[in-house]
Design a protein around this ligand. Structure first.
Ligand SMILES: [Zn+2]
Length: 302
């Protein structure tokens, strides 16, 4: 059994801790892979970084989570690619469950490229065996039934308290301030845009393949038509369910009401702009594919 330690949530992230966070966010941007660092505390209660690991596109590590060689492990920092600065259902569950084994495990942080904040959370209650058992069961049931884990379970928001730190200075963003309100707005906008791009660019390679054989005139016609289609898809299909899902999560994490979250997204979101970005990505891929084909057939470029 791990000895419980006294540990105060920092008002400002220590410089070495902050620079590791930044470094891992940069590596995530370069590789598209999640990265993880263990958060450790020494005898004096100071926070420092232990082991660091590179994971995959969807997981923070591939074998064992990073550990603290010295000191006491109080949590993990991990990254999400693509500006998605919110906990997955699996993240939240892992944080809650691990606390049953290690009572010091209660301070976890998350960072993501394109976001200017670090999102941390503190576990407010010690996880007992009964909670761990019932949450694990619900998690598995959800996975078996719908194939995803949702963060809708009120248990999460009851036991996880969020904390925001500024990525530039490492300072805490205080509760009930304008700065915090603006930080949450920014996080929501960036995450929403990233979710839409992620969703629509999933079939991007397939589409680029499809259009790679078109002549330039055919492609120009396709582009005009497709831009409208994508814009409509965003407006009528993608925007609504994704927006609702995101706002439900934001309510769980930050306590922001759905109506306000919808307002934030609607006030600045432009489906036309996103459609243009997607077309541009397809165009780049098309050119790459055409070039590869030319090279494989040894046809000189015209
Ligand atoms: Zn995660």
């Amino acid at each position: 059994m791990t000895r419980p330690i006294r540990f105060r949530i920092p008002e400002k992230l220590p410089p070495e801790v902050l620079s590791t966070f930044r470094d891992l966010i940069r590596k995530t941007e370069e590789t598209g892979r999640e990265h993880t660092a263990s958060l450790c505390v020494d005898e004096q209660g100071h926070l420092f970084i232990g082991e660091v690991k590179e994971g995959t596109e969807a997981e923070g590590w591939t074998d064992y989570p990073p550990s603290c060689r010295v000191g006491v492990n109080v949590g993990l920092f991990h990254t999400h690619p693509n500006a998605l600065l919110f906990w997955s259902g699996g993240d939240a569950l892992e944080k809650i469950l691990r606390n049953e084994i290690n009572p010091n495990y209660r301070f976890n942080c998350l960072g993501s490229p394109g976001q200017s904040y670090i999102l941390c959370h503190v576990l407010l209650k010690k996880t007992d065996a009964e909670t761990a058992r019932s949450l694990s069961k619900r998690y598995l049931d959800e996975w078996n039934e719908i194939g995803i884990h949702e963060l809708e379970n009120p248990t999460y928001s009851e036991v996880l308290k969020d904390i925001l730190y500024r990525l530039d200075t490492g300072e805490i963003v205080r509760e009930h301030t304008l700065e915090r309100e603006e930080a949450i707005e920014q996080i929501i906008r960036k995450a929403h845009k990233a979710l839409i791009l992620d969703f629509l660019l999933g079939s991007e390679e397939f589409r680029a393949y499809e259009v790679a054989h078109m002549s330039d005139e055919e492609f120009e016609r396709w582009k005009r038509r497709e831009e409208r289609n994508i814009k409509e898809t965003i407006e009528y299909v993608v925007n609504k369910p994704l927006k609702e899902q995101l706002c439900d999560m934001m309510k769980e994490i930050f306590g922001i009401p759905n109506s306000k979250c919808y307002f934030i997204i609607d006030s600045e979101f432009d489906p036309g702009e996103i459609a243009k970005t997607i077309i541009k990505e397809i165009q780049t891929l098309r050119e790459k594919l055409r070039k590869e084909r030319r090279e494989s057939l040894k046809i000189p470029a015209t």
